[in-house]
Design a protein around this ligand. Structure first.
Ligand code: AP5
Ligand code: ZN
Length: 215
């Protein structure tokens, strides 16, 4: 099955995507991760991307559609999880066309519902493992041994440059202006399923599993 995880910054898209990779052998396609990789390459494109991301704006549709196009023809394992893509109506149309061209379909769009107040705490407490990308939180998901990754043992923990309150406000504004119309877009196509993203991680995972098992 191919799914989209849709929701504002901090809704828990990355957290749930990583679980689906482990439990169902699905392939996570996170445009945020791809763009962070591009920026660390130090190319001219990477530098432009970094500037936009740090302020919390959206990178151009052409760039992200290009990144997805490169990956979508590869092995899908148990299916693709589109995480943080599409984010605009143009990206949604492009994804539809790419899937059709490659003989694939979109099975569900899972909207993770949260409220804005909770997002600030989620984003400002987040850190990730520099070794394997595991996602943690100061309060809701600390590492077992302080400063050491539970998964790979790395002691290199990183915080994202855009995980501050100013940038988050801009990211939220972009979400409401440009991404939230996708809820209606996919509802009208009979693809939308909503889960309570404010619940505990396990409960969210169970709700996501229920949607997938119906497909
Ligand atoms: P991206 O990397 O996609 O970031 P985002 O959408 O802002 O989402 P986040 O990664 O912040 O949140 P998440 O929902 O994955 O939450 P997580 O699971 O980590 O994009 C970054 C930037 O790249 C954009 O601003 C833009 O510039 C650019 N970009 C990317 N894609 C683009 C596109 N398609 N077009 C244009 N530009 C694009 O969880 C957050 C925290 O909460 C963690 O600490 C976690 O441990 C904790 N947590 C998770 N679930 C729970 C729970 N149920 N209970 C308690 N805590 C929880
Ligand atoms: Zn790790």
């Amino acid at each position: 099955v191919n799914i989209i995880l849709l929701g504002p910054p901090g809704a828990g898209k990355g957290t749930q995507a990583k679980r689906l990779v482990d439990e169902r052998n699905m392939v996570q396609l996170s445009t945020g991760d791809m763009l962070r990789e591009a920026r660390s390459s130090g190319t001219e494109m990477g530098k432009k991307v970094a500037e936009v991301m740090d302020k919390g704006g959206l990178v151009t549709d052409e760039i992200v559609i290009g990144l997805i196009e490169e990956k979508i023809t590869g092995n899908a394992g148990g299916g693709f999880i589109f995480d943080g893509f599409p984010r605009t109506l143009k990206q949604a149309d492009a994804l539809g066309a790419l899937l059709e061209k490659t003989g694939q379909s979109l099975d569900a769009v899972i909207e993770m519902q949260v409220d804005d107040a909770a997002l600030v705490a989620r984003i400002t407490g987040r850190f990730t493992c520099g070794g394997c990308g595991a996602v943690y939180h100061d309060v809701t998901k600390p590492t077992k041994v302080a400063g050491t990754c539970d998964v790979c043992g790395s002691t290199q923990m990183v915080r994202r440059a855009d995980d501050n309150e100013d940038s988050l406000k801009h990211r939220l504004m972009e979400y409401y202006k440009k991404t939230s119309p996708l809820i209606g877009y996919y509802y009208a196509r009979g693809k939308l399923a909503s889960v309570d993203g404010l619940a505990e991680m396990e409960a969210v995972a169970a709700a996501v599993a229920k949607v997938l098992d119906k497909k």
